[in-house]
Design a protein around this ligand. Structure first.
Ligand code: AMP
Length: 290
């Protein structure tokens, strides 16, 4: 099993994708910021299953980090990442240098769609403009047939799907399920920042989503009650700061008020120690219950 070749030159990456397509191979793209874990690898596997060729990008995108965020500390582990990708039949890894993606003087940025406004949009101003800009750039450089994203970043997936539809980008966007640790913690590159004690407290994020699901599906709880239940669980576990809990429409992210009578997504963002974590769960309301 060979580690995949790493390409850093955008023109070379474009040429490779186009020549694979011209040879009749469909290309699946998995954009990541590296520090790969099973969540990322599940996307790469999905790309391998659905497409003839698979390309992974590894790029810690500065424009999606706020000034007080962890861009400098973000783990950069290209060698280990390539080891993890070795068994997955990846055609190449695109890992460009930051100055190549953002040459001095570049000032263009994508205005994100309105679904970027609530939740993460409130807590992380400018984040989705950075996400949209880099994803659009990557889809131009690597004009894949399909691109794979994780439900772990629920709002991000929705923002990207909307942008791609609005701007007529001809790549199909696929969203894959959240991969969790056996105890329920959603896998994240940021989990490696957690101390043992913080990791224990971090379990309250997935627990509060289970409680929300139970309250909605078993007890017909209304949205206010569900939010209280989620907050109570997070407080009991002494997370350092609750940034938001929400129960929203999975297509528009508009929050429920009152009864939850159709499919919903429960979302949470909280700090555990210094580490900011997010998680979510789709909650299906059966036709009978509704
Ligand atoms: P990141 O490297 O954090 O930018 O993530 C790259 C892609 O992996 C994004 O589409 C994420 O949603 C996805 N991802 C991250 N964590 C998980 C996970 N636990 N399960 C599934 N997908 C994930």
């Amino acid at each position: 099993m060979n580690r995949p070749e790493v390409v850093s030159d955008p023109a070379e990456a474009y040429r490779r994708v186009r020549s694979m397509q011209q040879a009749g191979r469909s290309v699946g793209l998995t954009p990541t910021m590296g520090a790969l874990h099973e969540g990322h690898l599940s996307l790469v596997r999905a790309a391998g299953e659905r497409c003839d060729a698979s390309v992974v990008t590894i790029f810690v995108n500065p424009t999606q980090f706020g000034p007080a965020e962890d861009f400098d500390q973000y783990p950069r582990t290209l060698r280990e990442d390539c080891e993890l990708l070795a068994p997955l039949n990846v055609d190449f890894v695109f890992a460009p240098h930051v100055d190549v993606m953002y040459p001095a003087g570049m000032s263009t940025s994508v205005q994100p769609p309105s679904v970027a406004e609530p939740l993460e949009g409130v807590c992380r101003p400018g984040h989705f403009a950075g996400v949209c800009t880099i994803v659009l750039k990557l889809l131009q450089l690597l004009p894949a047939d399909s691109a794979f994203f994780g439900q772990k970043d629920f709002q991000q997936a929705l923002v990207i799907q909307t942008m791609v539809a609005d701007l007529n980008v001809p790549t199909e966007i696929r969203v894959e399920p959240i991969v969790r640790e056996p105890d329920g913690l959603a896998m994240s590159s940021r989990n490696r920042y957690l101390s043992a004690d913080e990791r224990e407290r971090a379990l309250s994020l997935s627990r509060c989503l289970s409680l929300a699901e139970q309250a909605i599906t078993e007890h017909d709880a209304d949205s206010q009650r569900v939010l209280e239940i989620m907050e109570q669980e997070l407080r009991q576990s002494q997370v350092s700061e609750i940034e938001y809990v929400a129960v929203a429409d999975p297509k528009t992210l508009s929050e429920f008020s009152g009864p939850i009578d159709r499919d919903a997504v429960a979302l949470v963002a909280a700090r555990v120690g210094m580490t900011r974590l997010i998680d979510n769960r789709l909650i299906r309301i059966s036709a009978q219950q509704a």
